[in-house]
Write a protein that binds this ligand. Structure first.
Ligand code: NDP
Ligand SMILES: O=C1O[C@H](COP(=O)(O)O)[C@@H](O)[C@H](O)[C@H]1O
Length: 506
């Protein structure tokens, strides 16, 4: 997130996992769109790495197929794809074999000679987390990494499997690279609407005075998905919703909502402010986990007229899997701004709707002169930040309904990206890849942030591991998760907010 972007210096990008799903769906489309928008460097090359037997031509075809399915621009843009594809090559190698890394060193030498300069050399590790330490330790001896200015390594989430493995991975990376070279990616931070939380809070004088425990009743974050694990059973069995979504995306969203004002947009300043929030999250004791955290797993059932399998019937999933596909947690942040304000978060697969939203529920008016029957009062003021797929911000307040009776109803003031701007917003990975090429780490995770986020969830993970679930599967596809999730918030006299339909009460 630079104040202004400039076209990056020449870049040579190696994508470990070049034959994988993430590259097919997200990375290649993002690089293609950056190329069309003229953000790619004048001199660049992309080398996809994998064991599958592609040659350059079949690999480019495979990537174009991904563009047609997943890119925001799905065609060749009048021949631009062909020009872009000339910069793409495939390197078939087994990343677990040290001797094969010479091929990488060779390509770097060739490209240096071709460009007439030392390019940014970027290693994007789009592979399963268990491969990461091996790759990192084999890149070191190539000595390409010694150039701290130009060489960068991008590590996909999940960063480690738990606190201990994350610390170990950090140690390994620190032995090979300078912290400035390491880009721990969390694609939520590249989303326009997530970045806009900072603009909303800190570029307006309007919200910040009331953005605290005196005016805010509670905050909710929902990241629900309608998809199941979609062939990723192998990965998901060692993950689960808490590791997959809460440790990273949701805690990062929570930090954006709860952090103090930064004094600048310097990468470390923003990251310091965010890590302060993680450190202030109230430590959860194992004994209270069952009171503040809920887990769920989807059964087989129906969604939108289609029969869908249960999690335990997915490919590569154990028939008695204890892995959660849903979780809801109540956090508290022990600092002056947020003392005793609950943050309810929930995420799950195969839920009723795809929505990522932050809801800021303000307290009720202190005294209500209107007749009590005129309206429900406590939900009157609410700010809803829709991150995806809707991209808008809605401020809800009470208004008098037209007519002779004194009846109030909530109305929404809406800022919609689509209506407000003609420009198409870039995909998260476009922003993040451009930042990597430019060497800007503001939207990436620092090692202490990753560790602090693991510390927050470790008590839950440990308690759940000690007590396997007895009621799985416990929610049906197309629902809002297990009943316990409703109970978690209802016990506090509140309920989950879903995306408001504009003016539905009219
Ligand atoms: N898919 C997604 O939407 C998202 C994925 N991520 C993260 O990205 C990472 C990759 O995920 P995804 O793309 O889905 O996984 P895939 O299973 O689709 O891809 C794994 C990749 O790793 C490569 N690979 C595995 N073993 C080796 C080896 N020994 N040598 C060389 N290459 C190897 C595979 O290549 P080959 O089989 O050719 O050897 C393949 O390209 C994960 O950490 C995931 O959490 C993060 C956000 C979203
Ligand atoms: O990182 C991940 O995120 C996706 C959800 O991303 P979104 O941008 O579509 O909200 C999730 O499906 C996946 O399990 C997880 O690994």
């Amino acid at each position: 997130m630079s104040a202004t972007h400039k076209r990056p210096a020449s870049s040579l990008i190696f994508i470990f996992g070049g034959s994988g799903d993430l590259n097919h769906r997200k990375l290649s489309p993002a690089l293609y769109n950056l190329f069309i928008d003229e953000w790619m460097p004048e001199k660049f090359d992309i080398v996809g790495i994998g064991r599958r037997p592609y040659d350059n031509e079949s690999y480019r075809k495979h990537l174009f197929n991904g563009i047609q399915q997943f890119s925001r621009r799905k065609d060749d843009q009048g021949g631009k794809w062909q020009v872009f594809a000339d910069h793409v090559a495939y390197l078939q190698m087994d990343a677990e074999k040290e001797e094969e890394y010479e091929k990488i060193a060779e390509i770097v030498k060739i490209k240096e000679a071709e460009y007439g300069e030392h390019p940014n050399v970027i290693f994007y590790l789009a592979v399963a987390p268990q491969l990461v330490p091996g790759i990192v330790s084999k890149l070191g001896p190539l000595n390409i990494c010694a150039d701290t200015k130009c060489t960068r390594v991008v590590v996909e989430k999940p960063f480690g499997h738990d606190l201990a493995s994350a610390l170990e991975l950090n140690k390994l990376l620190a032995g090979m690279f300078d912290e400035k070279q390491i880009y721990r990616i969390d694609h939520y931070l590249g989303k326009e609407t997530v970045q806009n939380i900072l603009a909303l809070r800190f570029a307006n004088a309007l919200f910040e005075p009331i953005w605290n425990r005196n005016y805010i009743d509670h905050i909710q974050i929902t990241a629900s998905e309608t998809v199941g694990v979609e062939g990723r059973g192998d990965f998901y069995e060692s993950s689960g919703a808490l590791r997959d979504m809460v440790q990273n995306h949701i805690l990062q969203l929570l930090c954006m909502v709860a952090m103090e004002a930064p004094v600048s947009f310097d990468a470390d300043e923003i990251r310091n402010k965010k890590v302060d929030v993680l450190h202030a999250i109230r430590k959860i004791s194992k004994e209270e986990v069952h009171k503040i955290a809920v887990r769920g797993q989807y059964s087989e059932g129906w969604m939108k007229g289609q029969e869908v399998t249960g999690y335990r019937q997915e490919k590569n999933v154990a028939a008695d899997s204890p892995v959660e596909t849903f979780t809801a947690v109540k956090f508290y942040i022990d600092n002056w701004r947020w003392q005793d304000v609950p943050f309810y978060v929930r995420t799950g697969k195969r839920m009723a709707d795809k929505e990522t939203i932050v809801t800021v529920q303000f307290k009720a008016a202190p005294s209500y002169a209107f007749p009590p029957e005129s309206a429900e009062t406590w939900r009157a003021n609410r700010l809803t930040i829709s991150i995806a797929p809707e991209m808008d911000i809605r401020l809800r307040f009470q208004a008098k309904r037209p007519g002779q009776d004194l009846t109030l109803s909530p109305v929404d003031m809406i800022f919609s990206y689509q209506d407000a701007y003609e420009e198409h917003e870039p995909e998260a990975y476009e922003t993040l890849l451009l930042d990597v090429m430019e060497g800007n780490a503001t939207l990436f995770m620092r090692e202490d942030q990753v560790a602090a986020a693991w510390k927050v969830i470790m008590p839950i993970l440990e308690a759940w591991q000690q007590r396997p679930p007895v009621d799985f599967p416990n929610y049906t596809p197309g629902s809002w998760g297990p009943e316990d999730s409703e109970a978690l918030i209802a016990r506090d006299g509140r309920n989950w907010a879903s995306l408001p339909e504009p003016h539905k009460d009219r």
